[in-house]
Design a protein around this ligand. Structure first.
Ligand code: NYM
Ligand code: MG
Length: 212
């Protein structure tokens, strides 16, 4: 039937350091996919508007202190609380353009003393696996040149350098690494090309799960 043969939506994740231009690119991509009748939705983790997200927001803005392990689990919980919606969106043909995902979760917590990449992956196991991960690559020095960091936790040069080295350990062969020091339009063009290519390949494939 028509419903059965309908192509599912994709899970597209854009990752990178703070100030790499992730949000700009995700929003442009969502808009341009919708414009060519590919239904798409922008998602941004952490999703600060949920109950869990409000605690994360308080933590990032230094209004509260939390155990590093607890915060890690909250970031993960904030993805899990969207799992059912992500799955149902994809099944109904909506492509999700996601600004940060489990990779940020792992790369940031593992930059703290005493946290291994392996431990950090634990709570992410079983979340929907992205069909495409685009990594906006920027050296921390170029990122720093894009103006001052804000006041949030983690927005510190030395910490970002550790995050970048963790990201490098998470990169898988099928990730698309794009040079994020280029103009916005040039990056967007590359991203769109990658997305349309993957869209042709995926068809009706099942949704896989992370790190299983
Ligand atoms: N962050 C983000 C984490 O530490 N773990 C996570 O799982 C996610 C999704 O939150 N510095 C960190 C990275 C950022 C901070 O994200 C806020 P954003 O995209 O700047 O709102
Ligand atoms: Mg930020």
């Amino acid at each position: 039937s028509e419903t059965e043969s309908k192509q599912r939506g994709l899970l597209i994740v854009i990752e990178g350091l703070d100030k790499a231009g992730k949000s700009t690119q995700c929003k442009l991509l969502t808009k341009s996919l919708n414009a060519i009748n590919i239904p798409s939705k922008y998602l941004h983790f952490p999703m600060r508007t949920t109950a869990v997200g409000k605690i994360i927001d308080d933590y990032l803005n230094k209004r509260i202190e939390l155990h590093d392990s607890a915060v890690h689990l909250l970031f993960s919980a904030n993805r899990w609380e969207y799992e059912a919606e992500m799955i149902s969106d994809m099944k109904s043909g909506v492509t999700l353009v996601v600004d940060r995902y489990s990779y940020s979760g792992v790369a940031f917590t593992a930059a703290k003393p005493g946290f291994s990449i392996d431990w950090c992956r634990g709570p992410e196991i079983g979340l929907p696996r992205p069909d495409l991960v685009i990594f906006l690559s920027l050296s921390q020095d170029v990122a720093a040149g894009r103006g001052d960091f804000g006041e949030e936790r983690y927005e510190v040069d030395t910490f970002q350098k550790k995050v970048l080295s963790n990201f490098k350990q998470l990169i898988e062969p099928e990730w698309k690494i794009l040079d994020a020091s280029r103009p916005i339009k040039a990056i967007q063009k590359d991203i769109k090309e990658q997305v349309l290519e993957v869209m042709n390949e995926i068809g009706e494939c099942v949704i896989e799960r992370l790190w299983t």
